[in-house]
Design a protein around this ligand. Sequence first.
Ligand code: CTP
Length: 448
Amino acid sequence: MVRVITYGTFDLLHYGHIRLLERAKALGDYLIVGVTGDDFDKTRGKINVQQSLMERVEAVRATGLADEIIIEEYEGQKIDDIRRYHIDIFTVGSDWKGKFDYLNAYCKVIYLDRTEGISSSEIRSQRREIRLGLTGMPEDLLKFQRESSFVNGVTISGICTEELTEELPEVFRTLPCITDSYEELLKYSDALYILSHPSRHYEEVKTALEAGKHVLCEAPVALSAQQCKELFALAREKKCVLMEGIKTAYSTAYYRLLLLAKSGQIGKIVSVDATCTRLEDGRGNSPEQTNRSWNSLCDWGPTAMLPVFQLLGTDCREKQIISHLSEQDPFYDVFTRIHFIYPEAAASVKVGKGAKAEGDLIISGTKGYIYVPAPWWKTDYFEIRYENPAENKRYFYQLDGEGIRYEIVAFLKSIERGRSNSYVEEEVSQAIAGVIEDFYKRKDTREI
Ligand code: CTP
């Protein structure tokens, strides 16, 4: 029996894929198809894959051509697979010619002619482009703009700013819409990315949703739990997507550690401790600047609270917010520390723009702990540590663009599918807004 193997992403399965599978099958008696896993695709730079792994596997299965389907998850797996499945022939399309010659040491390698005129990328690029409007301080929006250029299916349509066109960073000067009117920006956009001051989020998100526009709003979406709830309800009513932007949620390493922690790898979780700090570059010094500048809790709080609420849940029994406030602005916290008490766990977060600390994340469990070194919010690496160091495990993942480009992909997918693909649950957004609300109301809060 001649055993054949082939690999591919098989996104939006098309005629070219089917022809390849037919010919691969005809090379032998038994065909194994390796479908690339989502994470592996990301590391190969294919961040725009439309369908989930499950959908792609199902599509390949439905062709009836594969005798067996496996998932390709890591670099170097092909050699393992060829040995493990006793493969005689490895085959792929001619676009890979020469790339897999090294596998000749293990089996026969055959490149099949690629079908002309069709590819997944082309089908993806035929989708209607989403016109995305930006609002916020132009220099803060640069990173987002750059990251959006890595994602197919989205174009920046305009920017809402009080700055004069000639003062704008170069990339923004040629946008179709440069305006100081938010309503004007909405006319040019199908969706909005909001990075304005948190005090404006609620109104801006509401106005956009009422106009039927999708919204990706940098956290916090609102400054009270009630307002946050209201906005998500409005989004549902208007059949629009509302996503809270916390880029860390989209980092592969973070997402993986959540799954590992939840699957009991460190036993029962008893404590989550997260610290995020960045010393301000002078923006927070004068009173009128502090008004424009995000305080420590709004800037870092959502990121720091994310693992707490995602791992321990949102109904903590008690909390205490301890803030050191700026002398010029009673709502600008130079640093804040929050303690959360759960029935059987505790958590603490430390955030600061006027104080520095080790920005790591530690998740403690009854069997071991997960350690994510600073800066944990944009990490590609973490460790699971046990009493016996010989059992420690290290995990590495590729992280491009601090998670922002994956966040944009998730936002577009949500729009296209008409259902949320957000990695930040609605109740987590609400819990975050609730803590920030308590800080402003001085509930459970002590000033120092
Ligand atoms: N393939 C082919 N003819 C095409 C497209 C793909 O023979 N017109 C083959 C590829 O050479 C590969 C397999 O189908 O062996 C899976 O390809 P994949 O990369 O999943 O599909 P593409 O359409 O090439 O995807 P993309 O545009 O994202 O690169």
